[in-house]
Design a protein around this ligand. Structure first.
Ligand SMILES: *[C@@H]1O[C@H](CO)[C@@H](O)[C@H](O)[C@H]1NC(C)=O
Ligand SMILES: *[C@@H]1O[C@H](CO)[C@@H](O)[C@H](O)[C@H]1NC(C)=O
Length: 309
């Protein structure tokens, strides 16, 4: 009995204690073009000045149609040989897949997890925990959801089950399609919106990270934080990894507003987003653009704090 209590207290302490943990979020990158290389150099520049722990991909890893097999040379030319720069060459990638990846042999991208230790995509959906479980990441396959294929109902059940049981301080879900967006797919990708958003709110997820729209965005509800139904999720679009950029939809702000969301930041630029979790229960989210060659510029930041909730 007392042992259980001590153990629980110990776990409780661990869970609320977060050392600085830094993740880069990048999407829509594997196009083998100068914009991809430039964004990679930007990531390298950042991770040489601050410690980066890992990289999250919000999908569309290999254009235009994924890979053919686990031996496809594109794993090298679009990924390994591009992100082999100082500061990032040894980083672990938490992958998700986009529609373009599904246009190829999606199973080969899963299989590649067994070939390359830095490529982590053990299945279409999976979770990963860091910092003794204080940070809980959930990678989902929104293509399954949009197309109603590959046991998508099982995936949704899995997500609900995992989220409901998670004791993490920070819960972050990532997948390719954005449930809300002000870009080309404004005001949001429908099935992902209707099936995922209720779970994010019900189980108090902090961030949802997406790509698909080739730009950088921050969107959240315009409500006041409120115990049950009005949990505020921060939606990040990080789709500026290299593929041709997409502009803002003319009426996006109004369309989002009608649904209760506010487009807080939108830039049609190449770049990436960084998530820095720190000891004081603070999550600092920064948007990096590489508009000028070999220059990274922070154009937007926002914070989430646990103590304020
Ligand atoms: C990719 O690069 C690795 C490391 O240089 C090499 O071992 C492997 O054979 C390459 N794969 C292909 C398909 O070219
Ligand atoms: C976020 O928190 C950091 C660290 O306390 C602070 O320097 C920064 O100004 C904050 N940013 C915003 C947008 O509030």
């Amino acid at each position: 009995m007392s042992f259980m209590l001590v153990k629980l207290l110990f776990v409780g302490l661990l869970v609320s204690y977060v050392n600085t943990f830094h993740l880069i979020v990048i999407g829509d990158w594997g196009d083998d073009n100068e914009n991809q290389y430039r964004t990679a150099r930007g990531m390298s520049a950042l991770c040489q000045t601050v410690k980066c722990n890992g990289i999250i991909s919000t999908g569309d890893n290999i254009y235009p149609a994924g890979v053919k097999s686990v031996n496809d040379p594109r794993f090298n030319t679009s990924w390994r040989n591009v992100y082999n720069l100082k500061g990032i060459q040894d980083k672990y990638w938490l992958m998700s897949m986009g529609n373009h990846d599904h246009d190829g042999n999606y199973k080969a991208q899963i299989e590649y997890t067994n070939v390359e230790p830095r490529w982590h995509l053990p299945s279409l959906w999976y979770d990963a925990q860091f910092q003794s479980g204080a940070i809980h990441l959930f990678s989902i396959d929104t293509v399954s959801i949009e197309k109603s294929v590959y046991d998508y109902k099982k995936q949704l059940q899995w997500l609900e089950d995992k989220l409901s049981k998670s004791k993490a301080t920070w819960k972050v879900v990532f997948g390719h399609h954005p449930p809300v967006t002000g870009g080309k797919y404004a005001p949001g990708v429908p099935k992902t919106h209707y099936k995922i958003v209720p779970l994010l709110e019900k189980y108090k997820v902090d961030l949802y990270l997406a790509g698909h729209d080739h730009n950088l965005q921050h969107i959240s509800k315009d409500d006041v934080r409120n115990e049950e139904t009005k949990w505020i999720v921060d939606y990040v679009v990080s789709g500026g990894g290299g593929r041709k950029l997409a502009p803002k939809t003319a009426n996006a702000e109004n369309e989002l507003m009608k649904r209760g969301y506010k487009l807080r930041f939108f830039r049609s630029q190449f770049g990436f987003v960084s998530l820095e979790f720190s000891k004081s229960d603070l999550l600092n989210v920064r948007y990096f653009e590489v508009t000028k060659p070999d220059t990274i510029e922070i154009t937007y930041t926002f914070n989430r704090t646990k103590s304020a909730i």
